[in-house]
Design a binder for this molecule. Structure first.
Ligand SMILES: Cc1cc2nc3c(=O)[nH]c(=O)nc-3n(C[C@H](O)[C@H](O)[C@H](O)COP(=O)(O)OP(=O)(O)OC[C@H]3O[C@@H](n4cnc5c(N)ncnc54)[C@H](O)[C@@H]3O)c2cc1C
Length: 442
């Protein structure tokens, strides 16, 4: 059945997965007057990374990354705000200090989303695992990188090709009271505030930490599990294995930081970012890892200031399921072959909390339009939303990898724009085109 000959509003929209994408999709459908039934398998079944029964759970970092609209991810957030995003409203209501980033108190964030969805009369929430797909029923699959096995298998029969998977790693979280505040200092880089706790290393301390990291045991991978990481989320030990100074130039770089006790820039720095509003928990920025738990406890206690650290959560490693979307998904996020089935979130082939939410937003809009018998819609390519859709639908299949939003995905700017002004120029163009598109689509 095509969207045009479907009878208006005779059906509910089925949404599978109450994470970031599914929650946003349900909200968008309801905003358009469409009834949505949101299936979530928690609390009866948890993926290896989910822990909370709440909807919209953040499984790792509490940061939604850069806030400035001169950055691609900042622009994407602004576009979503303008389209009435529930997840963006939740983030603003529950934010914690994080310099130039938008970080949230994860419990309050998920609580806000859960309450909003539970109080929305057009949304019904069913706590049940979905194990099969009905190809004729309007459905959004938003089950994330840790989609349960039966549904992943059902999806594989729809896509006609094996779903793909690789591995992501989680950074450890430390109780604030166990940090030795006498050894560390508060500062953001280049004097932009004091949101981060910095653990300064001397050259000798760095050498000892590096050796320990290299000697520690990793979680063994099964033979068929060839790890394929994103450069932006490499396990700390994988980065360290590239060279003695790789960390000192990467997540442990000391640039823009002066230790007030010495008046000098340390040799290296481990940064801790506030995890909850109360400031009782801090995460080790960039220390995602697949070291064994007992190894993490002694290796990370070699970080100056963390000698007595109590860990609220240790780092870990998880599967990431996603679909090779080019050739399978339309720019409206439904399958060419099965137009009633939409994909949203990380499983559609994007990477990151914000990007996953964005795909939930668009799938929610189009799921609602399908039910209402209205033509499906996709934002202009020059917007951050449109640039992501372009990546999902136009990348050569052979090279396809899930992607964070970045200005490299946008059409080039007209004329020569100085480097420092490019972010602002991309954003200005995007927001004008988004406004025109929104006006045209009502
Ligand atoms: C371990 C790990 C760490 C990550 N860390 C970060 C990070 O720090 N920053 C970042 O930007 N991105 C991170 N990501 C990537 C990605 O942004 C997140 O996974 C994000 O939560 C994806 O959103 P989503 O809505 O697609 O999926 P999710 O938020 O995972 O939501 C999917 C929901 O579907 C439910 N579900 C699954 N199967 C079924 C089923 N069959 N029936 C019913 N319900 C089902 C799950 O319980 C879950 O609630 C990480 C991913 C992983 C795996």
């Amino acid at each position: 059945m095509t969207p045009e000959n479907r009878k208006p509003e005779t059906e509910n929209l089925l949404i599978i997965g109450g994470g970031l994408a599914g929650s946003e999709a349900a909200w968008q459908a309801a905003r358009r007057g469409v009834k949505a039934v949101l299936y979530e398998m928690k609390p009866w079944k948890f993926s290896p990374a989910h822990q909370s029964p709440l909807l919209g759970e953040l499984v790792c970092s509490n940061s939604l990354r850069a806030e400035s609209i001169d950055s691609a991810v900042g622009l994407l957030k602004e576009e979503m705000r303008r389209l009435g995003s529930l997840i963006m409203a939740a983030a603003l209501a529950t934010r914690v200090p994080a310099g130039k980033s938008l970080a949230v108190d994860r419990e309050r964030f998920a609580g806000y989303i859960t309450e909003a969805l539970e109080n929305e009369p057009l949304i019904s929430i069913v706590r049940e695992e979905v194990t099969a797909l009905d190809r004729d029923r309007p459905t959004i699959v938003a089950t994330g990188p840790l989609t349960s096995e039966p549904l992943a298998a059902a999806l594989a029969t729809i896509t006609g090709q094996e779903h793909l998977h690789f591995y992501d790693a989680i950074a450890p979280i430390v109780h604030a009271e166990s940090i030795d505040m006498g050894k560390i200092f508060r500062a953001s880089r280049y004097g932009a505030g004091d949101d981060y706790l910095n653990c300064p290393f001397t050259e000798e301390e760095y050498a000892a930490f590096y050796q320990a990291l290299m000697a520690a045991e990793h979680v063994p991978l099964r033979p068929f599990e060839e790890p394929r990481y994103f450069e932006g989320c490499l396990p700390v030990e994988v980065m360290a294995a590239r060279g003695y100074l790789t960390l000192a130039y990467g997540p442990m770089k000391p640039v823009g930081l002066t230790d007030p006790r010495t008046g000098k820039q340390p040799f290296a720095v481990a940064q801790l970012r506030q995890e909850n509003r109360e400031g009782t928990l801090y995460n080790l920025v960039g220390f995602q890892t697949k070291l064994k738990y007992h190894e993490q406890e002694w290796v990370f206690r070699l970080i100056p200031g963390l000698e007595q650290a109590e860990f609220a959560r240790l780092g870990s490693i998880h599967r990431n399921t996603f679909i090779r979307s080019p050739g399978l998904l339309s720019p409206y996020l439904n399958f060419f072959q099965y137009p009633n089935i939409f994909l949203a979130g990380q499983i559609s082939g994007v990477e990151g909390y914000v990007e996953s939410t964005a795909m939930g937003l668009l799938a929610g809009i189009n799921g609602a339009r399908l039910i209402q018998g209205r033509p499906l819609a996709t934002p202009p390519r020059a917007t951050a939303l449109g640039a992501l859709i372009h990546h999902l639908t136009n990348t050569a299949t052979k090279d396809f990898q899930p992607m964070n939003v970045n200005f490299g995905l946008f059409p080039p700017l007209a004329g020569r724009v100085p480097k420092k002004q490019r972010g602002a120029a991309y954003s200005q163009r995007a927001l004008i085109e988004l406004a025109e598109w929104m006006a045209g689509k009502g």
